[in-house]
Design a binder for this molecule. Structure first.
Ligand SMILES: Cc1ncc(COP(=O)(O)O)c(C=O)c1O
Length: 304
């Protein structure tokens, strides 16, 4: 089921890392544009194959971004009803895709004190579960199957494509991607060090921060269960201007049009290399998505 959708994403060599041998894993090359395809395809097909859900089960999730788009598309292909708790910060493009793929949406309009809608979206999911029958919460923040999905897909690919890598840099938000990649490194025995990259304003490594972040997809106002399950070697927190500058560098120097969180990962990897005096190392940077979905609210603002 959905075998044609399971693709290996490209690993492209970067020219701008000086003494180090750097590669970027382009998860934006997945069919619906992001790493989240991996989780949607793997988890939904597994749940159906095992009989945990049936075609009559409704899948709910909180997402205003890539996971919403991936679940809407993959769910439709599998004949499943998908309901997404989105919020009013959603981009016009994501809302268009989610609705066009046929998912139902519940839109939250009240942000919390940090300008985040996450807690309100999760509360709405809980109320929905209490008041509806035969509903499965996908739960990218806490479902161990999501970690397994990233371990067996992108994580395994990295371990196989670059078994001799020294470091892999991964953006962190709900934590599934980094937890899965860390498990793959452990399971497939490549001994790569895993470094989490977060954005200033995120509460994952600094619960008391008062900074407001604007880039989406990376960072979080909560430290989710899947973040707590993630075992990684180190982390680095990057400011927004450095992340945006890195996006411009990638456009100009590498002809890569990357999503916002990838700018943070590129800036994070460069700073990490500098601060730790790394030379002659093999690095892998994970890019979660492409720049297309950020053209209107990011690229056109800073780079036109
Ligand atoms: C663009 C982007 N980058 C990074 C991440 C972080 O991935 P994870 O939630 O698995 O930690 C996400 C997750 O939503 C994302 O959409």
């Amino acid at each position: 089921m959905l075998e044609d959708f399971k693709i290996t994403t490209p690993l492209v060599k970067l020219a701008s890392f000086g003494e180090n041998d750097a590669y970027i894993k382009l998860e934006g090359s997945n069919l619906y544009g992001s790493a989240k395809d991996r989780a949607a395809i793997y988890v939904l097909t597994k749940l159906l194959d095992e009989g945990t859900i049936s075609r009559d089960t409704e899948i709910v999730e909180s997402s205003s971004g890539n996971m919403g788009v991936a679940l809407a598309a993959v769910g439709a292909r599998l004949g499943l009803k998908i309901t997404l708790m989105i919020d009013q910060s959603i981009s016009g493009l994501n809302e268009f895709l989610i609705r066009s793929f046929g998912a139902n949406t519940v839109k939250i309009t009240q942000a919390d004190e940090n300008g985040s809608y996450l807690k309100a979206r999760l509360q709405t999911v809980r109320e929905y579960l209490d008041s509806h029958e035969n509903v499965y919460w996908f739960n990218q923040y806490g479902n161990p199957l999501v970690i397994e999905a990233y371990r067996e897909t992108v994580g395994r690919e990295i371990a196989e494509q670059v078994p001799d890598a020294d470091y892999v840099f991964v953006a962190i938000s709900s934590g599934g991607t980094i937890a899965g990649i860390s498990q793959a490194v452990e399971k497939y025995g490549s001994g790569i060090k895993v470094v989490a990259v977060d954005l200033e304003g995120s509460k994952i490594f600094d619960p008391n921060t008062k900074a407001i972040k604007h880039l989406t997809g990376i960072g979080s106002s909560i430290r989710s269960d899947n973040v707590q399950r993630a075992v990684f070697d180190d982390h680095i927190v990057i400011d927004e201007p450095s992340s945006i500058q890195a996006l411009g560098d990638m456009l100009r120097d590498e002809q890569l049009f990357l999503g916002g969180s990838s700018g943070c990962v590129v800036a994070g990897a460069k700073r990490y290399v500098r601060e730790h005096g790394l030379q002659g190392k093999k690095l892998v940077l994970v890019s979660h998505d492409r720049g297309d979905r950020y053209y209107n609210n990011l690229y056109s603002k800073y780079f036109s």
